[in-house]
Design a protein around this ligand. Structure first.
Ligand SMILES: NC(=O)c1ccc[n+]([C@@H]2O[C@H](COP(=O)([O-])OP(=O)(O)OC[C@H]3O[C@@H](n4cnc5c(N)ncnc54)[C@H](OP(=O)(O)O)[C@@H]3O)[C@@H](O)[C@H]2O)c1
Length: 308
């Protein structure tokens, strides 16, 4: 009888549990490991962001992407503190990425800017620190024309101080990345760029992969989600080609798009603050697309950014 009651309690506990799915990791060129899917956080702030971090970690996310620009590092930091205090994870289980904004590109501004991000996040180190963009700006937004090699020296100092385990760039082209590699001590570990079905960025993605620089794919859903355009290019969520692939695997079309990016060797950063979509977006590690399916999705490419 006692055993029967115990089983019932365990079963009831089990049915309330969220099935957590954790992303596999990829080795970066500096030897550190990065989870191959990250939670995007742009435009989420306040209590919503704190709760999103709690829910995301509960369902298995271990990699969170933020930036000084997003003004949500403090909210994310509260979420991280919650999940550690709840005993869901230890700091070492998480991979936190943040970014240096354009108005802090002078070499001696980099480490202080990272220390400010760390204070907001409530952390001693980030796992990955990125130069958000190659374009430097003065505080008034006018171009500052600071050489990216100068900024990179500041990034190297951040890594040497242990404040960032890995360092990288975002929105850099091939020439800019090669210039850093040819003139610096430490290679960028990552280039975070926009990649999705209508903007496959094949030459840039393969050039990075040949250079050993991991690609994080931002805005992974492209025009699959509403970007406020009446004449958005395909694919949308009900696209017949994507729907057919999704039905084959018992997945949704957004899940197919995330898997497509993973099967191209990139690290997608889907953003959601919705409980169900958060869970859906990480549930992409029990299937993979064939090379033919990847090639089919590549055909949606019209070289069209969601930001142009
Ligand atoms: N380095 C850079 O310059 C840069 C630039 C842009 C973005 N990023 C990073 O990349 C992240 C993602 O990019 P993004 O925010 O532009 O776009 P995204 O992740 O491609 O799309 C986010 C949108 O899709 C919706 N969504 C999420 N999951 C869905 C699903 N399964 N089905 C249907 N709709 C879904 C979200 O709404 P709900 O929240 O309601 O689910 C939200 O409206 C950013 O948050 C940021 O971390 C970096």
């Amino acid at each position: 009888m006692e055993l029967f009651l115990l089983s019932l309690v365990l079963f009831a506990g089990y049915t309330n549990m969220v099935a957590a799915v954790t992303a596999p990791t990829m080795q970066l060129n500096d030897g550190n490991k990065i989870p191959i899917l990250a939670l995007g956080t742009y435009s989420g702030t306040g209590e919503v962001m704190r709760q999103t971090v709690n829910r995301a970690v509960e369902v298995g996310y271990r990699h969170i992407d933020t930036a000084a620009l997003y003004q949500n590092e403090a909210d994310i930091g509260k979420g991280i503190d919650d999940v550690i205090k709840k005993g869901l994870v230890k700091r070492g289980d998480l991979f936190i990425t943040t970014k240096l904004w354009n108005d802090k590109h002078a070499r001696d501004q980099v480490v202080p800017a990272l220390r400010e991000s760390l204070a907001r996040l409530g952390l001693d180190y980030v796992d990955l620190y990125l130069i958000h963009s190659p374009a430097s700006e003065n505080p008034d937004g006018s171009p500052a024309n600071i050489d990216i090699l100068e900024t990179w020296k500041g990034m190297e100092e951040a890594k040497q101080l242990g404040l960032a385990k890995s360092i990288g760039v975002s929105n850099f082209d091939v020439e800019q990345v090669k210039r850093i590699i040819d003139n610096s001590q430490i290679k960028p570990a990552v280039n975070q760029i926009e990649v999705h079905a209508t903007y496959t960025q094949e030459p840039l993605v393969s050039a990075m992969q040949k250079l050993g620089v991991a690609v994080m794919a931002y805005s992974p859903f492209g025009f699959l989600v509403n970007r406020g355009e009446s004449s958005a290019p395909p694919p949308q969520t009900d696209d017949p080609i994507l729907t057919k692939i999704a039905q084959k695997y018992g997945k949704s079309t957004p899940q197919v798009i995330l898997r497509y990016l993973i099967d191209r060797g990139t690290i997608p950063i889907p953003k959601s603050t919705n409980k169900d979509r958060l869970q859906q977006n990480i549930n992409v590690f029990d299937f993979s697309l064939t090379p033919e399916e990847v090639a089919t999705i590549n055909k949606f490419d019209v070289n069209r950014s969601v930001f142009s």
